[in-house]
Every structure is written in C-alpha cells, then in structure tokens.
Design a protein around this ligand. Structure first.
Ligand code: GLP
Length: 250
C-alpha cells in the first residue's frame, strides 16, 4: 500500500485525478471503476478540467460504477447515475455505451447483479478502481457486519449511511432508499489497481483501519490490505489517528 498525505483535500483529489489521467494517457482503453460521494466530486472536477485542457481523453475508456440505489433511475435526482452525469459524464468525452451502471430498477435484481459481473469480465476486468470510504468503513455499499458479500449483490444500508447520503435527497435521510446494488468485496479486490481517496477528520477512523487495523468485516475497508496495488490519497485531517513519518507528507 502506498500512502500519500497532502495538506488539503483539494490537493489529494488532484493527485487522484492525475493518476487516472496518466493511466488514460498510457492506455486509452483503460477500464475504470468509479465511486460517488462528496469526496469524488473534487476528483471529477479535476478530471473535467484536465479534459478541457487536453490532458484526459476518455473516448476509448470504459467505466463501471460501484453501486446504485434500489428503485432509482437517471430520472431521479438522488440516483448515482444522475450524480455521475452531473459531475463527470456531461463534462468529458466518454461515449455513453462505454459507461456501465447497475440498474436499481431491474425487474430481476439477481440477474442484474450477474449481468454486471459478466459485463466487467467482458471488458477485461477493472484496471483502475477509484474508491472513497464511508465514515463507518464501507466501500461501495459493502457495509460493516458479521459477513460480507463477495460479488455484486443487493445491499441493505445502515442508518448512518442513509444519513450521510441525505444531501442527494434534499437533506432528508428518510428519503434515501434502504437498499442498493453494490459490487462485492471480491469484485473490488479483483481490480488490478486501486486508488482510494479519504479526506477530512470524519475519515480518520476508517483510514486507521485501512492502514493499521486488523482485517475485519467490521471495517470492510481493512480488506484492501490484502490487495497488492493500492494507492491511498489522504489530506492531513484524515491522518489524525495514524503516526506517520514526515517523509510521507507532500
Ligand atoms: C457512498 C458511496 C461510497 C462512498 C461514500 C463516501 O456511501 N456508496 O462509494 O465511498 O459514499 O462518501 P463521501 O465521499 O461523501 O464521504
């Protein structure tokens, strides 16, 4: 695991965006896995800026989003599909038939999860998976619990997760769907490389679990310790529970 600590959240986001842009320059056919959440907005802003400046070409890339709420489509304001349209897809040259989402309104949800896994395999697997992390340690919608799902599945959201996603629903946690579809832990760990960004004090606990904690289903993010190629972009506020050498600071 390679840790980088930046002074501000904006700098951490820029660094994460640059990893993706460089990767696209090396291999335009890169398959990206993408998250939603406030932290990712800054990364998408920077990718849009780089694209505008000729520094990020998405024309051959494929993307797979980590998760989607159950029952919502792009027409719904709170859907992750809508989030991605707003923050990235309308701002870069990513052909829509190369953008892959879980359909939270599919008639047969089990079939939908399988379809998504097969689509990832068909694309050759995920090359670079960008991740955020929930304050409770979730990645995608793999919530803490006694057990975790390996593959794409139907997930029940914890109350704190519904609260932190309330901003997408006019600030009302009760309006946040109770369930979602999400890549599973094995889907995530099968990505060839992972870039995780965590900023702000609220992320200091999951960051400690990621870096020094025991691998435990109580902190799904801790499973990333088992992956051979993880880069972690942090701001200083997210490192308050770590004891890091100064040499890591950017
Ligand atoms: C949601 C997403 C996660 C994301 C998390 C962090 O719950 N399902 O993939 O990592 O939000 O959100 P934020 O960046 O707003 O803290």
């Amino acid at each position: 695991m390679k840790l980088s600590v930046f002074r501000t959240a904006a700098e951490a986001a820029r660094a994460a965006a640059h990893v993706i842009a460089l990767r696209l320059r090396d291999d335009p056919y890169t398959v990206l896995g993408l998250p939603t959440g406030r932290t990712s907005i800054r990364v998408y802003d920077e990718l849009a800026r780089l694209h505008g400046a000729g520094g990020a070409d998405f024309s051959k890339a494929h993307t797979f989003n980590l998760d989607e709420f159950l029952g919502l489509s792009v027409a719904d304001r709170g859907s992750f599909r809508r989030f991605m349209e707003k923050h990235l897809l309308t701002r870069v040259n990513l052909p829509r038939d190369q953008v892959h989402f879980l359909n939270g309104r599919a008639a047969d949800l089990e079939k939908e999860c399988l379809r998504f896994e097969l689509a990832i395999a068909d694309a050759g697997g995920i090359d670079v998976l960008l991740l955020g992390v929930g304050a409770n340690g979730h990645i995608g919608f793999n919530e803490p619990g006694a057990s975790l799902f390996a593959r794409t599945h139907r997930a029940r959201l914890r109350p704190e997760t519904r609260r932190t996603n309330a901003a997408l629903f006019g600030g009302r946690a009760t309006a946040v769907p109770r369930e979602a579809l999400s890549m599973g832990m094995a889907t995530i760990l099968a990505a060839r490389s992972i870039v995780l960004i965590a900023t702000g004090r609220a992320k200091s606990r999951p960051v400690a679990s990621l870096v020094t904690g025991r691998v435990s289903t109580s902190w799904p993010v801790s499973f990333l310790q088992l992956h051979p190629d993880v880069r972690v972009m942090l701001d200083q506020a997210a490192t308050t529970r770590l004891h890091l050498p100064d040499s890591l600071a950017h």
